[in-house]
Write a protein that binds this ligand. Structure first.
Ligand SMILES: [Zn+2]
Length: 231
């Protein structure tokens, strides 16, 4: 079955190029990561097909499912993580994109089941807290999705380290979720390296709050403002 819509075509193209970002930033091995996007205004999502290598992904190969993970457009099976992505969209209406990777440094923290302490300003900016650990959950049913939602609902961090598995990130759209996955791996690596040099201290809560507020609300380019932007 094929769903025709110019919006959907754009979303599929976007999703295809975002999968290339996972490779570019060293977040995936073989076919292990996936990105999905909610279809705005519909109870649908677009996700990577299962087991297709990244270089063979095309916009047309992307799979559209409903928010229970049933395929409504596409010729292949959707990613084996589809039920986790679908669960997140059903339970967190503000989320427009979900990413899953086994990126090595972040997954190392997940393997030991330890949150990444909010020890550097980049973490205060992007995550506003420690990056939390979610429960161990088996692949294939609702339990991964439940664990993601239970951990991230009401949490500032857009990333969760699912215990002994890997990283899930959320965002207002798929690009934001990919950015969170890239930043999660980056800070996981930096804080790990810092640990080799000595004890790592968490930033003070007031500083974390200020960093987070500034980065989320002030920093960056604001197209609706005419007075320039911060660097
Ligand atoms: Zn996985």
């Amino acid at each position: 079955m094929t769903l025709a819509s110019p919006h959907l075509d754009i979303l599929k193209e976007e999703l295809c190029s975002l999968h290339a970002e996972l490779i570019r930033w060293g977040l995936v091995a073989w076919t292990s990561g996936n990105v999905s996007a909610r279809v705005p205004g519909a109870d649908l999502m677009v996700i990577k097909p299962s087991g297709v290598s990244y270089e063979d992904l095309t916009p047309d190969s992307m799979i559209v499912t409903d928010l229970d993970g049933n395929v409504v457009d596409g010729t292949r099976s959707p990613s084996s993580d589809t039920s986790a992505h679908a669960y997140v969209y059903r339970h967190l209406p503000e989320v427009g994109g979900v990413v899953h990777t086994h990126s090595p440094y972040a997954t190392a923290w997940a393997a030991v089941g330890e949150p990444i302490p909010c020890a550097i300003t980049a973490m205060g900016d992007e995550f506003g807290d420690d990056i939390p650990v979610g429960p161990f959950a088996r692949i294939g049913d609702h339990s991964i999705g439940e664990g993601i939602v239970a951990t991230l609902k009401g949490h500032r961090s857009p990333a969760v380290l699912m215990r002994q598995h890997g990283v899930f990130t959320i965002g207002k759209d798929a690009k934001a979720a990919v950015k969170a996955a890239v930043m999660c791996e980056d800070v996981a690596r930096t804080v790990h390296l810092a640990r080799q040099l000595g004890p790592v201290a968490r930033l003070g809560q007031t500083d974390i709050d200020k960093l987070y507020d500034r980065y989320q609300n002030v920093y960056g380019q604001h197209p609706d403002e005419h007075n320039g932007a911060t660097a």
